[in-house]
Every structure is written in structure tokens, then in C-alpha cells.
Design a protein around this ligand. Structure first.
Ligand code: SAH
Length: 223
């Protein structure tokens, strides 16, 4: 086993299994995806560290445990159609690609959309599509989704994402107005206008910027 593969095994055991991640398919996917390929070369030696890492454009790839916790909370099944908002490095989309039938991931920043698209293509994941755009609008052409994951913090739940959930669908996202502290929230759609909401704990994510998110930095404030 090479060094990265060893570090990956150790990460899965110490950071995930020992901290309550139980879904065997998810653990398997986290054992498969080479996280070192999704971070910048300068930081690839730290790819399996128990923390987030910079991926350029002021953005970060989340700590492995957070990736696993969000995906486990969305309870992905093999036949699921999944939407992710915030492709970033493409790492969490690659994990989702191993678990779901079809994955769409939207990224706002052109450079990151290109970067994650290349990484996904190199991984041979033909069921994952990277799109560039404002993910707060969701992706109507592929809706409804069995699961939607948002990997940036929204001031409040974007309405288009609720509307694009299938009945029984799960939406997992960090919400809150505070820049460095939000609540991870799970919303389940039980009927046309019937949703339940649960608090999954405190998290810290970069802002979701878009029509149903925070305003563009430097743009006039919307109310
Ligand atoms: N899931 C990523 C981490 C993403 S970091 C990974 O595994 O690496 C959050 C990402 O959300 C950033 O890349 C940021 O550019 C993006 N983002 C912020 N607002 C967005 C929006 N409205 N639509 C799509 N992407 C957005």
C-alpha cells in the first residue's frame, strides 16, 4: 500500500469510524477517493489531516469528517439523483458519485468549476456532472432530487432547493447569518407543502453567494 492509501485507511478509521460514521457504503467510498488529488499540490501532504484545506479563490475543502457527516445525514441510496451546491475541489461530488445513481454539482466560480470538472473526469466518474452557475436556484432541468447537499452557508433555506426535492427527499445545508458559525440543518419533504426540519449541530462554512443566498461581495445590500 502506498503512503496516500495508508493515510486514507487511517483517516477513515480514526476520524470517521471512531467518531460515529457507520454507513458501510460511505466508508467504502471514502476509502476509494484519493483526496490528495483534489487539493493543491503544495498541501497534498496534508490531504488526510483532520481539518479543512485551502483550494484557492478563498475557498476550502471541508474536513473529512464534515464531508462524511453531511453525506451520511442525507442517507444516499444507490438509485438516488443527487444535487450538490458548491463543487469546490470536486471531492465531495466524487464521494457522492460512488454512492448515488446520478450527481449534479454546481459551482459559482469559473476556475473551481473547471478544476473540479477535470478532477472528476480523471476519476472516471461518468455519473457526475459539474455545472457552473448560481446553485441557490437549484437545477430545474434535472429536478426533483432525492437529496440536495449545500456545502456553503446560506442565510436561510433557499426556496428553489425545497421545491426541487422529491417527496421523501432530504436537503442538508448549513444555515445562519453569522460568518463563522452556522447550524447544519436537515429538511425532509413529506408532501407537496409538508417539510420537517432538524438541527444537526454547529458548523462553520464559507458563504453561499447568489440570488437566494448572501449578496455578492461589494454588491449593494438586498433586503
Ligand atoms: N464541496 C467542496 C467544498 C466547497 S467550498 C469540496 O468538496 O471541495 C464551497 C463552494 O461553494 C466554493 O467553491 C464556492 O465558490 C461555492 N459557492 C458559493 N456560493 C455558490 C452558489 N450560489 N452556487 C454554487 N456554488 C457556490
Amino acid at each position: 500500500m502506498n503512503e496516500a492509501a495508508l493515510a486514507r485507511e487511517q483517516m477513515v478509521f480514526e476520524q470517521l469510524e471512531q467518531r460515529g460514521i457507520r454507513d458501510p457504503r460511505l466508508l467504502d467510498a471514502m476509502r476509494k477517493v484519493p483526496r490528495e488529488r483534489f487539493v493543491d499540490v503544495e498541501t497534498s501532504g496534508e490531504a488526510y489531516g483532520d481539518h479543512s484545506l485551502p483550494i484557492g479563490e478563498g475557498q476550502t475543502i471541508s474536513q473529512p469528517w464534515i464531508v462524511a457527516h453531511m453525506i451520511q445525514s442525507a442517507a444516499i441510496e444507490p438509485r438516488d439523483r443527487v444535487l450538490e451546491i458548491g463543487a469546490g475541489s470536486g471531492y465531495s461530488a466524487a464521494i457522492l458519485g460512488h454512492l448515488a445513481n446520478r450527481v449534479w454539482t454546481i459551482e459559482r466560480q469559473t476556475r473551481l468549476a473547471r478544476f473540479s470538472g477535470q478532477r472528476i473526469a480523471m476519476s472516471g466518474l461518468a455519473n457526475v456532472t459539474v455545472l457552473r452557475g448560481d446553485g441557490t436556484l437549484g437545477w430545474p432541468p434535472a429536478a426533483p432530487f432525492d437529496a440536495i447537499l449545500v456545502t456553503a452557508a446560506a442565510p436561510r433555506v433557499p426556496d428553489p432547493l425545497r421545491r426541487q426535492l422529491a417527496i421523501g427527499g432530504r436537503l442538508v445545508l448549513p444555515t445562519g447569518e453569522e460568518p463563522e458559525s452556522q447550524r447544519l440543518t436537515r429538511i425532509v419533504r413529506h408532501g407537496a407543502d409538508e417539510f420537517s426540519e432538524e438541527d444537526l449541530g454547529r458548523v462553520a462554512f464559507a458563504p453561499l453567494i447568489g440570488e437566494h443566498g448572501f449578496p455578492e461581495p461589494g454588491a449593494p445590500r438586498r433586503r
